[in-house]
Design a protein. Sequence first.
Length: 473
Amino acid sequence: MVGFSFSIVTSWTALSGVLIIGVESGGPPVMIWGWLCACLVTLAIAYSMAEMCSAYPVAGGQYSWVAILAPTRWARSMSYLCGWFMLIGITCMGAVNNFVATNFILGTAQLNYGFTIERWHTVLVAYLITLVATIFNIYLPHILNKLSKAVFIWNLLSFAACLITILATNDHKQSASYVFSDFQNFNGWNAPYATCLGLLQSAFGMCCYDAPSHMTEEIKNARKQAPRAMVMSVYIGFFTGFAWLIALCFCIGDLEATGSTATGVPVIEIIFNSTGNVAGTSTLASMIAMIGIFAANSLMAEGSRAVYAFARDNGLPFSNVWSKVSSRSVPVYAIILTAVVQMAFNSIYFGTTTGFNTVVAIATQGFYLSYLMPLLSRILAHFSGNKTRLEGPYSLGRWGIVLNSIGFLYLTFICVVSNLPSVTPVTSENMNYTSAATGVVMLISLIFWIMSGRKKFTGPADGDLLGVRRHTA
């Protein structure tokens, strides 16, 4: 399960996919110090959610924990909204991952053949990756766990190969002062504002560690295995991401040239600038692209199980359709819905060059809002005198409320920053539309709540489904 979780988190490749954010907003110092700070706070969130998962191992994950842990009068409505944020985050992240994998594929092709990459190239290749993941999840779900172990090994071997190669071949490394203290800013904002924007790279790079919670009903000893996988994926992601950022920042060339590379992928430019060899660069870039393709399969599995769980609790329109499973216990319709939504988000890039950045921001905010709400539920319950004692093997004891509060403050900060415009002057073409997208999600969830959710949405069954009892502390 650790392999499955890290195949989705895969921080070093996630950081590679959105490196341009850090390059333009603060440069190397913000990327490195921001990553250290983000990971330390993320551990508070991961441990908090691991505690919830060990007590309540259910495929719904965040929204299920909200339904159980929030004060009774708010539990159902908060759970319903959390479920919508969770689904948007998961499906958007699948679309972002497919974009990133596509960029490495097309960037490698451009490096070899010198053609101009068009937006429609990117969208169509992303569609293809989605279809491959869909077919795999429908017809070969039984090898998910075995594949995750192989992908975990592939991921670490690829990481080692890329790291060692660029450090060994680059003969014009940057100075330590450049990497750790020379602030770079290309977005037009002042330094504090640009620093906040640069932290979004780290926020995106350390995400999706909730994945094991959505597979708990399909693994053995879920109360121990799933929480352990959540926390371990953060630790592994932290160390691999930190080492990779250090290597990239020492080996990076001119920042403006790196950001405007014809390949469209700054990491490919850094690798080529280090090795000076097209074949070697293509090999390493292809290894990263393969990780993205593998992650597409894992994100499809995670997303479809979350859709299935939410539909099972009557949280979606036509829930009776999305909650059906095949004779092999595969949620086929949930997989198809997840694929269609991913492709819809990929289609945004047809109409606007900022579509990719918008989908990245929506994915990050969707996940972070779904992480925030269980922590908020615990905090509200604690101070309202209606707190629930978590009896799983991953109990945090008295430290729980402290870690919950630290995680909540960080998630709130990132959710605010992810809505800010990234460049100045702000125009209709470069505006950050994340707040509008979040508002649409909230409006849709409100409409369906009024139409059917308040009557039909059950939340997780507190007992039979979870196999545990709710205890008031």
